[in-house]
Design a protein around this ligand. Structure first.
Ligand SMILES: *[C@@H]1O[C@H](CO)[C@@H](O)[C@H](O)[C@H]1NC(C)=O
Ligand SMILES: *[C@@H]1O[C@H](CO)[C@@H](O)[C@H](O)[C@H]1NC(C)=O
Length: 205
């Protein structure tokens, strides 16, 4: 009896957890945050080199208190539809637990309705693609309760591109790193050799 009750309780808990955390539908969220980015439409940013400033604030046209549960703002880099074609691993799913649109975290900040901004260096591991920026408002449980994005509903305006570090760039980086390591080692070797050479002669003087 007790065991059955425990089982039932855990089933109920599991279902509640699923309902609360597992099934937030993007389409159910209100776009209460105004988000913009410093990038120009169509701009090409170089991964590992270029920076982007993201700015966000609460849209005061929403009724006061709409943001009362907001605790954190999570800013993310998201694939534009053009970079999702034929790539199931970037697919947009309305259920946010399964959504793959926004895979790269930009930052997470405590929520404030006032203007907030963050300068982000486009990380080296960001794949070459077309992107926009989305910010989610999270409640105390870390569940999405609002959002804002730099593009329109159809995700076609104000998109920017990231150019990845090319293979050639990467191998050049490695080559120059090896070369400088080699020159430091050979410089040390040279000094040791010189000292050894210098010793007997200074002794004979
Ligand atoms: C703020 O929200 C209102 C009401 O939803 C909307 O009409 C308006 O365009 C939003 N403002 C901005 C700058 O997005
Ligand atoms: C968004 O896409 C839908 C379906 O493709 C289209 O009917 C609608 O006009 C588009 N809206 C905007 C603002 O471009």
């Amino acid at each position: 009896m007790a065991a059955r009750r425990t089982l039932l309780a855990s089933l109920v808990l599991a279902c509640l957890a699923q309902a609360c955390y597992g099934n937030v539908l993007f389409s159910s969220l209100q776009g209460t945050l105004i988000v913009s980015a410093s990038s120009q439409p169509g701009q090409v940013l170089k991964a590992g080199e270029d920076k982007i400033t993201v700015t966000w604030r609460y849209n005061q046209s929403f009724p006061a208190g709409t943001d009362s549960a907001y605790k954190t703002v999570q800013v993310k880099l998201c694939y534009a539809p053009v970079s999702q074609v034929d790539r199931a691993w970037r697919k947009t799913v309305d259920n946010l637990a399964k959504d793959k649109t926004c895979q790269h975290a930009i930052t997470s900040r405590p929520y404030s309705p006032a203007d907030q901004s963050y300068e982000w260096l486009v990380q080296k591991d960001v794949p070459e693609a077309t992107y926009f920026v989305r910010a989610y408002a999270l409640n105390a449980e870390g569940v999405q309760v609002g959002f804002g994005q730099t593009t329109d509903k159809n995700k076609t305006t104000d998109l920017f591109q990231v150019q990845a570090i090319t293979g050639r760039h990467a191998s050049l980086d490695i080559a120059s790193a090896c070369f400088s390591a080699f020159s430091v080692v050979s410089l040390i070797g040279f000094f040791i050799a010189e000292k050894r050479k210098a010793k007997p002669s200074s002794a004979s003087n």
